[in-house]
Design a protein around this ligand. Structure first.
Ligand code: SF4
Length: 248
């Protein structure tokens, strides 16, 4: 059904001229197949397809098409070109539909770990390309069930100090999962919640740390001084990151 609509869009596109045609219904008339083999789906008006000329104005969405991008795409764009190539290699066999699927495409989850960590992993491989299977075998850390965005601050701080090598062991993953759970509970015990405190995501602190407070500790609102004190606590604990029974 979807494939048929995409083929129809693609076939009708050549006849659509250069004028504005507002979108009606549930999908955009400019979404179609980019290749003759009908494998790659994308925007037929995108500048990458039109020798640099952005024709997306034609759907009459104002600047919405140029402006909107998902959080994962924004993280991906922070990576260097070689780093992007490394991560894209993992999903090179996916067709357009699987590539767009959060379930089938592991990059959606992986991007949640943040550009810093992903860049370090890619650079550490120094030009080597890994298949998806090989990557998850070499880096068992990334098979964790932890929420990446909720834990990106913790792991990025660990990797800044220790490099990416620990990500290659199951023992480290288990220690990390333990410290993450312990820290979440520890901070919740320490925080003094105040009705009317600013929203956590609006504070001027490290965005990954704010994600940790919101998604791991569960603090939707917190005073800036309180958040700073919590960050100090987390950073001190991470400095001495050891097996979980060392904490208390
Ligand atoms: S980017 Fe805009 S013009 Fe292109 S397919 Fe999506 S909605 Fe349509």
């Amino acid at each position: 059904m979807v494939q048929r609509a995409l083929r129809e869009n693609t076939a009708a596109f050549a006849e659509s001229g250069r004028g504005t045609i507002p979108i009606t219904g549930f999908s955009c008339w400019a979404l179609g197949y980019l290749d003759e083999g009908y494998k790659q789906v994308g925007c037929l008006l995108h500048p990458a397809r039109n020798e640099g000329v952005d024709l997306r104005y034609r759907v009459d969405y104002g600047d919405k098409c140029q402006r909107e991008s998902c959080p994962e795409a924004q993280i991906f764009l922070k990576l260097g070109l070689e780093e992007r190539r490394f991560w894209l290699y993992l999903v090179r066999d996916l067709d357009a539909f699987s590539y767009s699927s959060r379930k089938a495409n592991p990059l959606f989850g992986l991007m949640g770990w943040g550009a810093g960590l992903l860049g370090r992993v890619a650079s550490g491989e120094a030009g080597r390309s890994l298949t998806k299977e090989r990557f998850f075998r070499d880096y068992p850390f990334f098979s964790t069930r932890l929420n990446p965005r909720a834990n990106a601050y913790l792991i990025n701080e660990c990797v800044k100090r220790n490099g990416v090598h620990p990500l290659k062991t199951i023992a480290f993953r288990e220690r990390f999962e333990a410290i993450s759970a312990w820290l979440g509970k520890d901070l919740l015990r320490r925080v003094r919640e105040r009705a009317g405190a600013p929203y956590t995501h609006l504070l001027g602190l490290d965005a990954l740390f704010l994600d940790f407070l919101r998604l791991s500790v569960g603090l939707q609102r917190v005073d800036p001084e309180e958040a700073l004190a919590l960050k100090g606590r987390v950073d001190r604990v991470l400095l001495g990151f050891q097996p979980p029974d060392s904490y208390g």
